[in-house]
Unconditional design. Structure first.
Ligand SMILES: [Ca+2]
Ligand SMILES: [Ca+2]
Ligand SMILES: [Ca+2]
Ligand SMILES: [Ca+2]
Ligand SMILES: [Ca+2]
Lengths: 510, 510
């Protein structure tokens, strides 16, 4: 087939034998009249990432992708047509009380050789992938003073401590003006507590509080000693606040600067997985490649977390079969129920998840998005389920329940102890975290080329047939170890992109 | 009376003839055995800001402060005792359906002379109190890139434009990963829209978006033209994103730099009132002085806003009498009902408002806090009631409904068009906003002395008898005009304290 004189090989992707739609993989889409390898002829131009009907659908017929029902035709759809979101009725989400728990638990074969990375050893036996001075806040009121101090620390102190990567202020909108005993308030409090103890902070703690906030040290319970805390209300004015923070920072920078990376088995590494700005290729290029990398990590003994409740809710029946015990299955159901109730209190439902960008990228609805998102988790058994912000307890694959919004999810994964994150994106987002490195994987080669100085790995080459899922999975696995070891820098860290963390506070503010 | 050889005059404050408790005003409190002027002898040491019983209370007796019931004795309380929060049962909040609307509307006499300030004239006829380059974001995903660009603008461009005060990025956690049609989502959207049009941005608009976010330009509807918007997904990588933002910033800085202050009547000034970190003196020193300043502002033709729903809820019967029409009264009731429902959906109630610091400062409960907070509003009729983030529509006194948390309230008041804020604090908070100057008024001289380089005006001298409520009110009125005119700099602006804005999003996140 040629277009404007250039020969184009029609590429389309079918994930499962049962599928009766396929996704157009060619950059720029394919024009009307194109004949696909199996004889289907396109009735009109279909953009990249969008779906083509592989058969004639009558109204009510089930539409299959990933071997699962992603919707029902709400009209007649002819073979070769562009199948769009408006043509599909969404199926109901799986009923939580009827889920099959377990039954599809096939343990992965551990690698015989020991895999290691170079991490900073911490006093408690854990390891860090960065060497950061972390400054925790117990209330939003201190943010302005702290940001002033952090700028001064970066300029005046940090250059003297070349082994320290950066200083990170854990600023947030919590701590006061909130219903501190309200529904779900344990989530933001646990998140701050666990962030204060992040392994990339080298066992050094520094907490800045105001003095009259609702989030008292008793509630925060971060394990700090008295000398780790500074309350602004105890200081004699702004200049003294800043100089006190500088002094406390200096003591800690001295100690952090003496740290050195050592070889550590991968069982000391916690990897988080997330997607953001998804398109229909997410589920066929980047996410399956990340899924393969997840399997390699599990086989190498690491802990791997996947998250984003609203993006797994519609595929939860697939996850429930993979849990190792009834107890883990019940924890999975508990987290889904909690979120269902949370959304319904706010008169929202799961359909609130998909974005205009998702739809433009070819994702018809949250069901299709879910199925493509779950692929990130690979094929390992699910050994544990965490409530939002809880610390990872086991190596192997864990489902860490979080909202799907990128910064809320990333913040909660950091609280769970994440050392490094793999982030897939189709539409493109310059997402980064300051506390742990983020490896960005694009679903499309077009994005990797356009954002040449932001995307770390291009999984789009899978769609072009230039690479395999396994090949890119291995590339990601290797990049994780290199970045975790400080041998490779992500693009976002190269530029020093710092995003604010965002706490998940399900309780009302006052 | 002497203590440690120093003679101390016992100071205590009774606000209303009906009051049967008084507040100890002496710095450091008063020791046991002290006899107050009216013969009451203290049975034990009472700290500053805390209440003394002026009579013997039987169990169930009403305790009056500000002439209103702040609680009922839950035990016998002897004359001269320290009346603490644990000894009081809270009264029920006023029943909204039974409020008396109007009836206490006494218009203030306008000043004969015209009062003016020096403001930056805007193309739409409004005026600014600062000359800022404002950069709005439509989604949190762009924050990291924008903060990088803003740092570069401050360093490389701003020095060339000496008439421009600063560049302010309106970063927030909204725009995607939220239920964009959820309950109350109009609030954060309206807030961003109105912030983008803040009068201190000189009619210049600049919006940074990602490209696939849920908060589309259609929904945001900020009145921008196409050349005012940059989507990161349209740019070829990080360096180009940053250089494009710099270029758009430069064009606007050129125009902003040509602006000059001109004299404008006070009817062009909108003043916001807020308190944070309150203590029992808030209601007897700083807030009444601010109330007097509010009356002067209203008489001079300005618009004045007070806010903080949970802090007026228990005194709403006092406000309802002051509204100018039945319609304004119904709007007041509507906002109270909305917040009651919002809190109850999250299983919280108004008692969630008071903080440990409030209680340590002598405030027994939200009823007492409310009565002291409402005093800020002075005595003018209430001409209008705004839903959160709506623009001010009238000069005179408006109740702008907001939560009470300092940054959420300040952000919403800015969205309402606030040019300058007066902020009272008893416990002390280094609060500031970047978009409009904040004058900080302390309730205690001790705080003004301790935070000598943060507190702009000390209202504590009222408690010492060294100044009157009216005198400090005039001082505040004058400071508002001087700061609004650029003749006086607040301490927080002197240091350049920049706090992040915090959006009020009552809807769930996804
Ligand atoms: Ca996400
Ligand atoms: Ca990073
Ligand atoms: Ca407040
Ligand atoms: Ca300011
Ligand atoms: Ca910030």
């Amino acid at each position: 087939m040629t277009e404007h004189g250039i020969s184009i090989k029609p590429l389309f992707i079918k994930m499962n034998d049962r599928d009766n739609v396929a996704v157009i993989a060619n950059d720029g889409g394919l024009p009307a009249g194109t004949t696909l390898q199996d004889g289907v002829e396109l009735t009109r131009r279909i953009p990249q990432g969008h779906k083509v009907a592989l058969k004639d659908f009558a109204e009510g017929d089930a539409v299959y992708r990933y071997g699962e029902v992603i919707g029902y035709a709400d009209r007649e759809i002819l073979k070769g047509s562009w199948v769009r979101e408006t043509m599909l009725r969404m199926p109901e989400p799986p009923t939580l009380s009827e889920l099959q728990i377990g039954g599809k638990v096939e343990p992965l074969v551990p690698f015989e050789e020991t895999h290691t990375f170079l991490g900073y050893p911490n006093p408690d036996g854990s390891f860090g992938t960065k060497n950061l001075l972390g400054i925790t806040t117990s209330v939003q009121c201190v943010t302005g003073v702290l940001e002033f101090a952090v700028e001064k620390i970066r300029k005046e102190l940090l250059p003297n401590y070349p082994n320290v990567d950066d200083v990170v202020a854990i600023n947030h909108a919590y701590g006061c003006g909130v219903a501190i005993d309200g529904l779900g308030s344990e989530i933001p409090i646990r998140t701050i507590r666990n962030l204060a103890n992040h392994p990339n902070f080298g066992g050094e703690m520094l907490i800045i509080g105001l003095g009259c906030e609702k989030l008292t040290l008793d509630r925060l319970n971060a394990g700090e000693s008295e000398s780790d805390v500074l309350f602004l209300q105890d200081r004699s004015g702004f200049s003294e606040m800043v100089s006190s923070i500088m002094e406390m920072a200096k003591q800690r920078l001295e100690r952090l600067n003496r740290r050195k990376r050592v070889e550590a088995p991968l069982s000391n590494l916690t990897v988080g997985l997330q997607c953001g700005g998804s398109d229909a290729l997410s589920g066929v290029t980047a996410n399956p490649a990340v899924g393969h990398a997840a399997d390699l990590l599990v086989r190498a003994g690491a802990a791997v977390m996947f998250s984003e409740v609203t993006e797994v809710r519609d595929g939860v029946h697939l996850l429930a079969k993979r849990v190792v015990t009834e107890e883990v299955g019940q924890a999975l159901i508990r987290e889904m129920q909690w979120y269902d109730a949370y959304l319904s209190r706010g008169l929202a439902d799961r359909s609130a998840n998909t974005t205009p960008g998702n739809k433009k990228g070819g994702l018809s609805n949250i069901v299709e998005k879910s199925l493509g998102s779950i692929v990130k988790s690979g094929s390992a058994p699910i050994v544990d389920v965490l409530a939002p912000g809880e610390k990872v307890r086991k190596t192997g694959l864990t489902f860490a329940a979080t909202p799907a919004g990128d910064f809320v999810c990333g913040t909660l994964q950091l609280a769970s102890g994440m050392h490094i994150e793999v982030f897939t994106t189709g539409r493109g987002t310059p997402y980064n975290l300051s506390i742990a490195p983020v490896i960005k994987v694009s679903t499309r080669t077009g994005l990797a080329e356009q954002w040449h100085d932001l995307i770390d790995i291009d999984a789009g080459k899978i769609a072009d047939g230039k690479a395999t899922i396994e090949g890119v999975g291995e590339e990601i696995f290797k990049a994780i170890i290199d970045v975790a070891s400080g041998r490779r820098e992500t693009w976002a860290d190269h530029w020093g992109i710092r995003n604010d963390l965002v706490l998940f506070n399900p309780a009302p503010i006052t």
